[in-house]
Design a protein around this ligand. Structure first.
Ligand code: FES
Length: 155
């Protein structure tokens, strides 16, 4: 066991866990931040996506010992009232079906738009979205609505 002071959603959260524990389980089992979901556990589905210093990462394959002073943002920390532009676009387009993968989809979409903004672009193409979001799997097949919501949120 080791002690960590993790920066999560703007707060310092102390935890004592095995250094190899994936961040996903620290969030869910130790800090009750259960918006981040377990899907595959092998970095293939994207359900567990969170931000590490603003970049989308798979928390199921990120050992807590690798985080250090980097800031973690989960779906709970994306906005105060669920009103981030991407969350608003998600609601407007009624994207979610069963909803299980959606936190991961939204965290990846926010990361995509951040990278577009860094390149002075606000017009993600279908190809841009496909390339960036292909690691986020949705068994309900909400991809068409995901694309539409991302394009709206980019405006
Ligand atoms: Fe992490 Fe599937 S649970 S990518």
């Amino acid at each position: 066991m080791a002690k960590y002071n993790l920066k999560i959603n703007g707060k310092v959260r102390p935890v004592e866990v095995d250094p190899a524990t994936p961040v996903l389980w620290v969030l869910r089992d130790h800090l009750n931040l259960v918006g981040t979901k377990y899907g595959c556990g092998i970095a293939q589905c994207g359900a567990c996506t969170v931000h590490l210093n603003g970049n989308a990462v798979r928390s199921c394959q990120l050992p807590v010992s690798a985080v250090g002073s980097q800031a973690i943002t989960t779906i709970e920390g994306l906005s105060e009232k669920g009103d981030h532009p991407v969350q608003k676009a998600w609601l407007e387009h009624d994207v979610a079906q069963c909803g299980y993968c959606q936190a991961g989809q939204i965290m990846s979409a926010v990361s995509l738009l951040k990278s577009m903004a860094a390149a002075n672009r606000s017009d993600p193409s279908d190809e841009d979205i496909q390339a960036f979001m292909s690691g986020n799997i949705c068994r309900c097949g909400t991809y068409t609505r995901v694309r539409a919501a991302i394009k709206d949120a980019a405006q």
